[in-house]
Design a protein around this ligand. Structure first.
Ligand SMILES: N[C@@H](CCC(=O)N[C@@H](CS)C(=O)NCC(=O)O)C(=O)O
Length: 214
């Protein structure tokens, strides 16, 4: 059986786990935090979660894991068959990872670990996310899913990465990024009703509470 490594508080791990749940692919979950320790680096070369293990083989990078799951278990399809439509789904995933998650992540120390806000990050991150928002508003269809009429991997990425970004914009800038963008808010409310995403959000909250009580 495929082993899925990572931790519930991670938005990337939750995205990969949502993909397993949505694809109905059996997996065994192994809880591990990202780390630069040699034991973790031996499995995940960047020390990041998630990764999957099949026998002696390891695969990292969430959207590569999406691609692999789609190949080994095509139904239900989470990418369109049409090459153009499939590329458009991947475009949305890429934009969200690069222009929301990546800039927001620069505030992770301040948001989660009580560190000082980095002044240069404070200056640069908000405009970067505003650019991302402009791009996403241009690309997203919300009809009703982010890339069209069917639920795709882009919806999984959007749900976890945009809510992650929102946590950062609220804490660092007092900026309700989602609330200020009504189409995005309606979409995220709609998608958040999905069973897999509700379950993973509850797991994430429980994970944060467990960390806070330590
Ligand atoms: N590009 C990676 C990103 C994964 C990632 O950034 N995971 C975070 C947890 S949400 C992590 O492991 N962070 C630790 C680190 O960056 O060292 C993917 O798509 O899986």
């Amino acid at each position: 059986m495929i082993k899925l490594y990572g931790v519930a508080v991670s938005n990337y791990f939750s995205s990969a786990k949502a993909a397993f749940l949505e694809k109905n692919v059996e997996f065994e979950e192994i809880t591990i935090f990202p780390s630069q320790d040699a034991a973790v680096l031996a499995q995940s070369p960047m020390g990041k979660v998630p990764w999957i293990e099949i026998g002696d083989e390891i695969l990292t990078e969430t959207n590569v894991i999406y691609d692999y799951l789609e190949d080994i278990s095509p139904e239900p399809r989470l990418y369109p068959i049409d090459p153009w439509q499939r590329a458009k789904v991947k475009e949305i995933i890429r934009v969200i990872e690069l222009y929301f998650d990546a800039p927001a992540r620069r505030h992770i120390g301040a948001v989660y670990f009580g560190q000082e806000v980095d002044p240069s990050a404070k200056e640069q991150v908000r405009p970067a996310i505003e650019n991302g928002l402009r791009a996403l508003n241009h690309l997203a269809l919300f009809s009703p899913y982010i890339a069209g009429e069917t639920f795709t991997f882009a919806d999984i990425t959007a749900y976890f990465m945009l809510n992650f970004t929102q946590m950062h914009t609220t804490k660092i800038y007092g900026w309700d990024m989602i609330g200020d963008t009504p189409a995005l808010k309606d979409y995220l409310d709609f998608i958040g009703d999905r069973e897999s995403l509700k379950e993973l959000t509850a797991n994430m909250q429980a994970g944060f509470e467990a960390l806070a009580s330590k």
